[in-house]
Each structure stands twice: as structure tokens, then as C-alpha cells.
Design a protein around this ligand. Structure first.
Ligand code: 13P
Length: 246
């Protein structure tokens, strides 16, 4: 059994409501119980529900909380935005940065880098998303795209962040790369950022395929969207993560 925990990060995106957030947090934390030495679960609900998730958890809960974005500035005139320290105040230890859905809305590599620095300074662990489009995948440009997305991240303190490799074409599509392709992309990321970098896979991970994906030697965990919404499938993935043999 691995010494380093397997990460399962639940990204709810813009889904859910307060009752579902509370019941999910309570139930998943309870299910995590005996597995918490081997599995680290991070719940990233919409930001307005972070305090609901906190309130549903018992003292000394194993379930960690994260946000889906933060601003690069520590404070100021940024209407509608949230700072890293506000997220920390609300109970977060993690923040997802540079998700492809945000990059599609205009977020740049520079902004992701600046946000990562601010988040780390505030005490949050960034989960930085990278990955290629379908066209780039078909043109076999995955490594070139990753190189561009990773180049600014090389100066970040090693071990202070997680990387999530999320091929855009695999997100919400039911398609995943082959295990060979996942291992190759993760190896490439580690060759750029350092072999100690924890690289999670994201894109159509579910209860049926989590076991195989998490068993890959280069995969440190999973960033899960749709399949994380249901308590039952999340708990099944926790079981898969706890039994992966490496
Ligand atoms: P799905 O698991 O729904 O494909 O989403 C992946 C994702 O974007 C997680 O951040």
C-alpha cells in the first residue's frame, strides 16, 4: 500500500444546493473514516456553500474543503471576486486554478501563475489544471501544449501545489485517454516540474473506471466532476482509491 495518500478531488462546478452540500459533506466524511490514512478527499462545492459544508462536518473531520477559483490580488476593488485569504477563512485548504472552463472564459497562463502565488502565500494548496483540446490531441501536440501551460509554473515551490491533467476533450464526454496516454502525459509533466510533483488525472472519471485509472503508476489521484455529485459513486471511488496497490 502506498505511503502517499491518493487524492480524490470533487469539483462540483456550478451544481448543487445547500441541503445537498451538507448531506454530501457529512456522508462522504463518514465514509472516508477508515480510509483516511490512504485517501485524501477534497470537496470543492460552489463557493457560497463552503460554509455549509464546514457546518455539516464534525470536529476533526478528514474531509478537506477547496474552492474552484480565487483572485490573484489579495484584496481590493474586484467586484464579484474572492481572495485566497477569504477562502481560507471560510475553511478551505485547497483551490482549483486554471480549470479549462475558466481558461475558455479567458483565463491566461499568467493569471493562473499569479493566482497560484497568491493562493500559496495565503496558505492554500493550489490544484492547477492543464490539458489539451481535442484538436491538439489529434494533432499529437499534447506535450507542446503542456509545455506552454507549465513553463510559468516552474518557479513555484515544489510540493506546494498539485497538478491536474485534464484533457479538455475528456471532460464531461465519457471519453478518456488510454492508460498509456495518461501515464505518458503525467510523466511528461513530472519531467518538467520535478518527479516529486503529484499529478492527478481528470476527465470522465467515474465509479466504473476509477480503479483502473488510480492504479496507474504515474497517477496520484483524480479530479472528478459529474461523478462526484452523487454520494454513492463518490464512496465507490473512495473504496477504489483505498485499495489501489502501490
Ligand atoms: P467530469 O468528471 O464531469 O468529466 O469533469 C472533470 C472536471 O472537469 C473536473 O474538474
Amino acid at each position: 500500500m502506498t505511503q502517499t495518500p491518493t487524492w480524490l478531488i470533487a469539483n462540483w462546478k456550478m451544481n448543487g444546493d445547500a441541503p445537498r452540500v451538507r448531506s454530501w459533506a457529512f456522508a462522504v466524511n463518514a465514509a472516508l473514516g477508515a480510509h483516511s490514512a490512504h485517501v485524501k478527499v477534497v470537496f470543492c462545492p460552489p463557493a457560497v456553500y463552503i460554509t455549509d459544508a464546514m457546518a455539516a462536518l464534525p470536529p476533526n473531520a478528514q474531509l478537506a474543503l477547496g474552492a474552484q477559483n480565487c483572485h490573484a490580488a489579495s484584496k481590493g476593488a474586484h467586484t464579484g471576486e474572492l481572495s485566497a485569504s477569504m477562502l481560507l477563512d471560510a475553511g478551505c485548504d485547497y483551490v482549483i486554478l486554471g480549470h479549462s472552463e475558466r481558461r475558455a472564459a479567458g483565463e491566461t497562463d499568467d493569471q493562473v501563475h499569479a493566482k497560484a502565488l497568491t493562493a500559496m502565500a495565503a496558505g492554500l494548496m493550489p490544484v492547477i489544471c492543464v490539458g489539451e483540446s481535442l484538436a491538439e490531441y489529434e494533432q499529437k501536440r499534447t506535450n507542446a501544449v503542456l509545455n506552454a501551460q507549465l513553463s510559468l509554473l516552474e518557479d513555484l515551490p515544489r510540493g506546494g501545489y498539485l497538478i491536474a491533467y485534464e484533457p479538455i476533450w475528456a471532460i464531461g464526454s465519457g471519453r478518456t485517454p488510454s492508460m498509456t496516454e495518461i501515464n505518458a502525459a503525467h510523466s511528461h509533466i513530472k519531467s518538467v516540474l520535478g518527479s516529486e510533483t503529484a499529478v492527478l488525472y481528470g476527465g470522465s472519471v467515474n465509479a466504473a473506471n476509477a480503479g483502473e485509472i488510480l492504479a496507474q503508476s504515474q497517477v496520484a489521484g483524480a479530479l472528478i466532476g459529474g461523478a462526484s455529485l452523487e454520494i454513492e459513486s463518490m464512496c465507490a471511488m473512495i473504496t477504489s482509491a483505498s485499495t489501489r496497490g502501490k
